[in-house]
Design a protein around this ligand. Sequence first.
Ligand code: SAM
Ligand code: SF4
Length: 468
Amino acid sequence: MNSLSPRPGVATPQASTSSTRGLHVITWGCQMNVYDSERMSDVLRPLGYRAVSTPDAADMIILNTCHIRDRAAEKVFSELGRLRKVKEARAEQGAATVLAVAGCVAQAEGKEILARAPYVDIVLGPQTYHRLPEMVARAARAAGAVIETDFPVEQKFDFLPADRAAPAGGSAFLTIQEGCDKFCSFCVVPYTRGAESSRPAQAVIDEARRLVAGGVREITLLGQNVNAYHGEGPDGRTWGLARLARVLAGELGIERIRYTTSHPRDMEDDLVAAHRDLPQLMPFLHLPVQSGSDRVLAAMNRGHTADDYRTLVARLREARPDLALSSDFIVGHPGETDADFADTMRLIDEIGFAQAYSFKYSSRPGTPAAGAGMHVPEDVKDARLQELQAMLRVQQDAFNDATIGQVAPVLFTGRGRKPGQVSGKSPWLQAVSVEGPDSLIGQIANVDIRHRYTNSLGGVLTEETDRA
Ligand code: SAM
Ligand code: SF4
């Protein structure tokens, strides 16, 4: 087959077409992957691709993957096995399907994917998805699959369509920073997402302005190290996250601003001050500490101590007394002793978290911790995780209980689980549902919080809202 022969089962794309094609994107992992999936859809829209809810209705399927913990690749291969059947069933009916694997597993294991799953047409890393239309065209022409996992010199953001579709529900993610130079001992991100880079402030402001014009009330600024943001400002100077947030809150009139994920080392004074000054900065901060033991924090190469974290939290709470905190924890990092774990439990007890994510350490090939030895036995990790999660659960329940009886403004982002319900988010990122009309979706309304469920709250719209 020469380079002009179509690859079997891959439809030839046209730069612009009136006929629509189905696109199904499966997203795993962090919010940055959610954002990337939305932007991949934007890039493919000029080719006629429109979202469909099931893979069997899709002319193109993208599996956007996450590599952060164990068995990531196995999970991908098992999903690909399922998608292969979908592709074959469609081919029997004469329909072609482009199957693409994107995200961090694609970045790290691209060649392995093509060797083990030759029915995959495109493998692309997180930095190359602006080239998707060209990849689809090449896949249609080429005899083999297309792989694009380099870190290109051009910034993908410069090549993404400006007319981003504003998500329904009034809340949107906006990536402002990517990559990481911190090289924590356990983490693959610096290898899969590359070096730290920030988008220019004007590009962020323009994208935010379009989202607001499309009805968005809340923007969550994203980055692997979002508070390390240092983008070029319109004045030619380097802007930090605080400066950017002040402009977004002031000039654009965004009602709610959040940012994630932050590193304690990058929480500078002006950002702490922004929490005091900007009511639009929501009183909820995800600030991962990972461990409460200085020995483990040093082994993790985190660059801060447990006391640094305590001091930082005290400063943040002074600036914004109702600030709720969330964190990530890893138990069983190589070398973690019972005493180290006890230090983590003590830190949790002292700080009091509204919510948290906790994981057993998972060895990632190529990271410093993977080769460090002193691995903690699996049963010890299990026991520590259980104990830690039990304490975090008590704290989460106590935090949620404390909001019962309060009236909180809720941004309604979609329908609730039961008919006639709508659900949304409180300022403290609690899920809240009420009986109410669909017309509330995308709106902020006051809710009298009445009940706590396992992971959410229930309430009633206040009379004031009913009259509005
Ligand atoms: N940049 C963020 C930070 O510094 O906290 C975190 C980014 S990472 C995508 C999200 C979380 O996954 C980390 O905070 C960590 O708790 C967890 N994680 C990363 N690598 C891990 C590993 N090898 N084993 C277990 N958990 C891990
Ligand atoms: Fe990974 Fe550490 Fe970078 Fe966070 S700061 S992305 S945990 S290397």
